[in-house]
Design a protein around this ligand. Sequence first.
Ligand code: SN0
Length: 316
Amino acid sequence: MNNFCNLSDIVDLKSTIKEAIDLKKNPLQFKVLGEGKTICLLFFNNSLRTRLSTQKAAQNLGLNTIVMNFGSEGWELEFEDGVIMSQNKSEHVKEAAKVISQYCDIIAIRAFASLTDKEKDETEIILTNFKKYARVPVINMESSLGHPLQALADAITIEEYKAVKKPKVVLSWVPHPKALPHAVANSFIEMMQLQDADFVLTHPKGYELNPEITKNSTIEYNQEKAFENADFIYVKNWSSYENYGQVLNTDASWMITADKMKFTNNAKFMHCLPVRRNVIVTDEVLDSEDSIVIEQANNRTYSAQIVLKKILENNG
Ligand code: SN0
C-alpha cells in the first residue's frame, strides 16, 4: 500500500481485516517497523478518536508522531492554482506539502467537507492537493467524501461480533441539530457492499446519498421495517446530499429507542462517535449490553495500525 485515501487502496480486504484482528492480540509485535520514522497528523477539523487512535497505532509500530492543528495553528493554506494571494491565505499547498514531506515519512490528513460547495467538496480539494504535492504516502483521516479508517474499524468490529456468516446490517439515518458530512455514511456503505452482508439503508425521503455510492444498495424508507431481523444497527446522521448540506428534517421519531431495537434480532448498536445522547439514541440503548460503540472505537487503533503497517512495509 502506498497511499490510503479510500477503501479501494486496500488490496485484499478480507485478509486485511483478519490481520487487524491478529494485531490486536499482540499490538507491539511490529514495533521495529517504524523505528526512526515519523508520521505527521494534520487536522483541519476537530477529532478525538482519530487523533488518539492514530497516534497510538503509530506508537505501537515504533513511529514518532507530530500533530498539527491547521485550523488554529497553521498559516491559512491556498489550494487553488494560479491565484493572486493578496487576501488572507498565507501559504500555498504546493510549498506546504513539500516542506512537510521533508519532516516526516507519512502524512495523515483530516479535512471535512465544507457542505456549502458541493463541486469543490467532490474534488476533495485538500486531500487531493496534498496527495499531488507530498513526497511521502498520504492517509485520509476523514475527507469530504469518505472516512475509510472508520469503515475499516467498523468492518473489523462486525467481523468480531457477527454470529452468522451473512449478518443483516442496517445503516439508519438519525436526527441531528447540525449539518453533518456524508463521509462516514459513504465509507460504511462502500464497505458493506464489499462484505458478505444483507445490507439495508434507511432514511427519510430527501436524505438519499450520492447514487454513485449507494449504487444498488437496498433503501427502505420505513425505519421499523428496515430494523426487522437486523443483526447490526449502525447509526449516523448526515445532511441532505441533493439539497447540499441542508438539514431538512430533525424528526425525533427517527431517534433510536429500545422499542425500535425490539424489532431487530437482538441487534448490536453501532455509532462512530461522537454521539449526542437522547437526540440520536436514548441513554437506555447506548448504555445497554448491545451497544458496542466503545469496542468499535477501540478498533480504530487496529484499523490505523494495519494501514500504517502496510504503508511502512511498502516504503521500507
Ligand atoms: C463528524 C461527522 O463526519 O459526522 C465526525 C465523525 C467521526 N461528526 C461531527 O461533526 C459531530 C459533531 C456534533 O456536534 O455532534
